[in-house]
Design a protein around this ligand. Sequence first.
Ligand code: ADP
Ligand code: MG
Length: 253
Amino acid sequence: MTAVFELRNLFKAFGANVIYEDMNLEVEQGETFTIIGGSGMGKSVCLKLMIGLLPYEKGHILFKGQEVGDMNREQLRELRRHVSMVFQGGALFDSMNVFENVTYALREHTKMSDQEMLERAKECLDMVGLGYDPDIMYRFPAGLSGGMRKRAALARSIAIKPEVILYDEPTTGLDPANSKRIGEMIKKLQRELHVTSIVVTHDMPIAFGCSDRVAMLWDKKFPFIGSAEEIEHSEVPEVREFVQGIFREDKDD
Ligand SMILES: Nc1ncnc2c1ncn2[C@@H]1O[C@H](COP(=O)(O)OP(=O)(O)O)[C@@H](O)[C@H]1O
Ligand SMILES: [Mg+2]
């Protein structure tokens, strides 16, 4: 297996707020890699660092061997063509309908004709289970349910045929049934598009249900990385505390 992303001896701080210290992480081609960790610890920051949305002070972030911090504008554009991110909250552009949202990256990155874009949009909406429904296609985000918005955001992220998809809390705010569908979607996209997926989540069923490996962020590093099974049954006190805490949180909801 080859690493798609390699983070080596990484240091990242916002002023005095140190987020990562000597952090190491490697994500292999084709795997679904999940990051778990407490709120405010730096999970979203990790994804943003990977696509060059935030700078880092020390260490390395390599995308297929290329240092992200050294990339110029054009190289970053190219990086983001291959690595697409589904932001926390599944943010869609409110002023654009579903079709315009889904084809946004195609307009940015390709010279596809309107007809080709329409075909591609249908394909993607179909893949995320929204199907080709003209009514949905031309609705604005405000007119969609939470679950539909997340799926439309997924469709948008796959339109460009990325090699890697980064998901930031893809199931937050969804009920268990819709969360499960998103989890199945993530697996399906990995299977059918052979993408590498990096998922940040608080949702343990998702973390344990669709990941090849899980990494737990703790004390500015990822000291615990293992199969979902290994993390779930870990005897390491910090891991147990976190995993059980999450289950408690779920029960309280
Ligand atoms: N652009 C930024 N400027 C300053 N501080 C930030 C910025 N983005 C995130 N942070 C801080 O970094 C920490 C980690 O944030 P984040 O990655 O969003 O946490 P989470 O693990 O909940 O996703 C928080 O303390 C947050 O306040
Ligand atoms: Mg976050």
